[in-house]
Design a binder for this molecule. Structure first.
Ligand code: ATP
Ligand code: MG
Length: 712
């Protein structure tokens, strides 16, 4: 993990951004692994104007502005500092004069630079130093300067400019990748702007939408999209009505448990339907419509075997029963209604078309016989309407104005229309939206049910599950979920999203408010007594979040006996000065390693006079005296599937990930004992966590890792 974080506002002036980005790139280039982590953000950073477009963060300190950030970086990574640091600093402080896009103001600066370079290869002295890279970046990021160089009159400046390009081939690559990011952010921004403005047509007479889940499982993130869009139109965009309708037409799948869970999950998402209804409320009317449509000669009873029926529909062939008279069909319907073995053999089909190119129009089934007990209507009915029949009728009866449907129903839109026309019912406008899928994720209630029933997961709220409960338990916040979904707006492209995107949105919401704590893993923990440490343990009140005082205070305990992590200590070199985070510096006096390569003994000497900004290693530690450390378990998870996107004929079992749960035990600071279930925190240098089970004596606190959106 890098100890420096550089934030760059991509909407800023590139002549001010590039010098910093390039200096950081040059620093990272010179190391085996990046030491400064750059993140690009499309919002202007928080502080005053132009100065704020770059921000360097190190622990609790942060520096703003091009020149100050470069200065700070060169103090810590001095390898690009030449023989004359003072002169170099002067050059850096002049960077701002190169950011103007006014040619009149820029030209004299370029002329002076050109003159300066008359007899020189570098800005300062005889070798490459920070000002070369920074000034080159400023010129490269200033389109007016680039145009001026192309004219050819600035001979010396142009020579130096080209020379540097050759000397630092990584620079051009860095410029290009930054431009690409800036462009991407801009596109994302404009998309976001447009999609928040999604609209419906024909809204003059009010808007009534509905969310129609089948109570056959818990809501998943795909359902969340449907629910949030319906809610958005009914309650945010228009002053309308949202109906929650349980589509309870298949008694074999449905349970009260699911119904209750759906109501709760919607409430969790802040969705308050104006009315809750059931398709089963309309079973009488639906039955009457069925009788009527048969009487009209627009539907018939059929007892064709399932497979034969599918084959005939596929081949565009008529059923042998297609011309049954209404009377005959009605008598079969009577039999179905009684749920007799004879009735069970039959179904009712709409007489639309035998061979329409749109297969959804090939005489769809509208009523089925099912003797199972219905969770609401009990044994009153043995026949149930299909979704294709019930949905348009109930939509029309309930006054729905706009029916939102996922795009895979598009083929069924003409059929929906046919039902309304044939029964001469009030029209409903259909609005299609894209189904939302995620990489390596199941979004089928049937398959999710299977995983729950086979015990592969802990339950419907398993943190590996894409259910609302599952992702919440993993640490997803509702505002982030809402933002992510509404941003996609009316896009009709069915996308297989990467989870990284939604977790990155989530991070934006949790980072500013997650209190910071410390934990040390137990495995091969290194215990030591710090020379020069306090004679007796003492404690201080410190902010739980250095950038947000509202998060409150915590107790930090200092004592001579501390524990550190093996992984950190392993990298210590003898006599190296390191920083004990939130305390001060210490000098490594001795490191003892055993045959297995593990550190068994460490001697540290506190050096409070040392500058924490000058050390390369900043490590977490915990005092083992003066506080009761809290045992913790940190749990991380992997996807349940090993394949990005399961295909129709893939066998689920072949793609189940065997190893999806990873546990580490550790000790955390004393404040962690007071955290409550569902609290979201950050463990320094480890990441964000949601507390799943609070600490109780003898039982460790259990934390789930919250992905931060970085791809591993
Ligand atoms: P499942 O396959 O999980 O059972 P479903 O579509 O059969 O999904 P319903 O309870 O009938 O589940 O769905 C309620 C609403 O949620 C419907 O409007 C449906 O279109 C929508 N929906 C379901 N899955 C998704 C998804 N992945 N993306 C967007 N909307 C979805
Ligand atoms: Mg469904």
């Amino acid at each position: 993990m890098s100890e420096y974080e550089l934030k760059v506002a991509t909407r800023g002036n590139h002549a001010a951004l590039l010098p910093v980005v390039l200096i950081v790139t040059s620093i990272n280039e010179a190391r085996p692994a990046p030491v400064v982590n750059i993140t690009f953000e499309d919002t202007a950073l928080l502080q005053d104007g132009d100065k704020a477009i770059v921000q360097l963060i190190s622990g609790s300190n942060s520096v703003f502005g091009t020149a100050d950030v470069i200065q700070e970086l060169t103090t810590h990574f001095p390898y690009l500092v030449g023989k004359d640091p003072k002169v170099e600093t002067e050059w850096i402080s002049q960077l701002e004069s190169l950011t103007t896009l006014d040619f009149k103001a820029l030209d004299p600066v370029l002329q002076r630079l050109d003159a300066h370079l008359l007899m020189r290869s570098f800005i300062v002295g005889y070798s490459l130093s920070t000002p070369d890279i920074a000034l080159w970046g400023a010129l490269r990021g200033n389109r007016v300067a680039v145009a001026a160089l192309k004219k050819g009159s600035l001979v010396n400046l142009t020579r130096w400019y080209r020379f540097l390009e050759e000397l630092c081939p990584w620079a051009t690559a860095a410029v290009e990748s930054m431009n690409a990011v800036a462009k991407e952010k801009k596109v994302a921004k404009s998309k976001e702007g447009a999609s928040y403005d999604i609209a419906l047509k024909n809204t003059e007479n009010g808007v009534v939408t509905r969310f129609p889940p089948e109570p056959s499982g818990y809501l998943h993130i795909g359902h969340a999209k449907a629910a949030l869009l319906n809610d958005y139109f009914a309650h945010e965009k228009y002053n309308g009505t949202l109906l929650l309708r349980f589509d309870d037409t298949n008694p074999s799948n449905e349970k009260q448990e699911f119904e209750d869970a759906i109501v709760e999950d919607l409430a969790l998402m802040g969705i308050k339907p104006n009315k809750m209804t059931y398709t089963s409320d309309y079973f009488d009317e639906l039955y009457e419509h069925c009788v009527k449509i048969i009487e009209q000669g627009n539907a018939y009873a059929d007892d064709t075997e399932k497979e034969t029926m599918a084959a005939q529909r596929w081949d565009g062939l008529p059923s042998q029963r297609r011309d049954l008279s209404p009377e005959e069909s009605l008598s079969h319907l009577e039999e179905m209604k009684k749920g007799t073995p004879e009735g069970l053999r039959w179904c009712i089909r709409a007489k639309i078309s035998v061979d329409c190119p749109n297969k959804a129009m090939r005489d769809p089934v509208i009523y089925r016989c099912n003797p199972a007990t219905h969770h609401r209507t009990g044994d009153k009915w043995k026949i149930y309407p299909t979704y294709d029949f019930a949905c348009p009728i109930v939509d029309s009866m309930e006054g729905v104005t706009h029916a939102l449907r996922t795009i895979e129903y598009r083929d069924r839109n003409p059929q929906y229309q046919w039902m309304l026309d044939t029964m001469k019912m009030r029209n409903v406008q259909v609005w299609d939206f894209a189904r939302m899928n995620f990489v390596r994720t199941l979004l089928s209630k049937r398959k999710l049910t299977k995983l729950v029933e086979t015990g592969l997961v802990w339950g419907w709220d398993d943190p590996r599950f894409p259910t609302i409960r599952g992702i919440r338990r993993r640490g997803m916040t509702i505002p982030a979920l809402r933002e992510f979904i509404l941003k996609q707006g009316p896009s009709k492209a069915v996308t297989n999203f990467d989870w990284g995107l939604i977790w990155a949105t989530n991070k934006k919401y949790i980072d500013p408010i997650a209190p910071r704590h410390t934990t040390i893993f137990n495995k091969n923990v290194v215990k030591t007594t710090v020379t020069g440490g306090p004679a007796a343990p003492y404690s201080e009140e410190k902010p739980r979040h250095v950038k947000n005082a509202a998060v409150g205070m915590k107790k930090v305990v200092y004592s001579s006996s501390i524990i550190l992590e093996q992984e950190d200590v392993k990298l210590f070199k003898p006599d190296e000065e390191i920083t004990l985070m939130n305390w001060g510096n210490a000098i490594v006096r001795k490191v003892t390693t055993n045959e297995a390569g593990l550190i068994t003994d460490l001697e540290l000497e506190l050096h409070m006079a040392g500058d924490v900004k000058k050390t390369e290693k900043k490590v977490t530690w915990l005092a083992t005296e003066g506080q009761d450390l809290v045992p913790v378990e940190l749990v991380d998870f992997d996807h349940l599937l090993t394949k990005d996107s399961l295909q129709e004929d893939d066998v689920l079992e072949d793609y189940l990930n065997k190893h999806t749960e990873f546990r580490e035990e550790g000790m955390a600071d004393c404040n962690v004992a007071d955290l409550k279930e569902s609290d979201i925190i950050q463990f320094d240098r480890k990441g964000y966590y949601r507390l799943d089970r609070a600490y109780a004596p003898g039982k460790p606190a259990v934390f789930f890792n919250i992905p931060s959106g970085k791809t591993k």
